[in-house]
Design a binder for this molecule. Structure first.
Ligand code: GSH
Length: 212
């Protein structure tokens, strides 16, 4: 039987899956990938594992390579249903989980933070993404003003994802001061033992003061 292998880069989106794997209490081997060179710790080029070269990816026991954060997070939650990391499939609450994961991936990550990291993106272009991001962070802040977690049912893998993507604000000079409920929520999620353990495992302590 293959051993479950988890591919990550410190502080990247993969940190959410890392948190989920620890919350789930599942055994796995973590393989660090250099986000820029694609070199894997222990040797080899990550593009031989996932040709698109991005993280996270999870090699399952049956040899399937599962990619895309939203899919990995939900699968990990389902491998340990007793940990309540995702509402049961087929429920409205589960659809809401998928809505949050999609929002975080497509609205906050890919059409928000991602371009702010790009040295090739001109400042005028970055301003467009900063404005878009401000709206989306306002949406999160308003929701969290009356909710302890993204889902009314409690902590879920969406919170791990939200914690990670909003952490990038610190690295690309996005001010979170206008979002007090989001900041208080980030403190709550960041204090979870699994979050602290994943950060330590990725060498990201102190967090989020250190860019990778
Ligand atoms: N659609 C992917 C995106 C993952 C992604 O963009 N990962 C970034 C780190 S935050 C990465 O590895 N970037 C390096 C690259 O694209 O070469 C997902 O949701 O998992």
């Amino acid at each position: 039987m293959l051993r479950r292998k988890f591919y990550y880069s410190p502080g990247a989106l993969s940190l959410a899956s890392h948190i989920a794997l620890i919350e789930a209490g599942l055994p796995f081997e973590a393989v660090r990938v250099d986000e820029h060179t694609k070199a894997m710790e222990g040797g080899g080029d990550y593009r031989q594992v996932h040709w698109l070269g991005y993280v996270p990816a999870l090699l399952l026991d049956d040899g399937t390579l599962l990619t895309e954060s939203a899919a990995i997070l939900q699968h990990v939650a389902e491998l340990a249903p007793w940990r309540d990391l995702a509402p049961p499939a087929g429920t409205v609450e589960r659809a809401l989980l998928q809505a949050w994961l999609n929002f975080l991936s497509s609205e906050v990550h890919k059409s928000g933070f991602a371009f702010l990291f790009s040295p090739a993106m001109p400042e005028a272009g970055k301003r467009i993404f900063r404005d878009r991001l401000a709206l989306r962070l306002t949406h999160l802040d308003r929701h969290l003003a009356s909710h302890e977690h993204l889902l009314a049912s409690g902590y879920s893998v969406a919170d791990a994802s939200c914690f990670v993507v909003t952490s990038w604000a610190n690295w690309v000079d996005v001010d979170l001061m206008p979002y007090p409920s989001l900041r208080a929520y980030r403190e709550r999620i960041g204090a979870r033992p699994a979050v602290q353990a994943a950060l330590a495992a990725e060498g990201m302590v102190p967090w989020p003061n250190k860019a990778p």
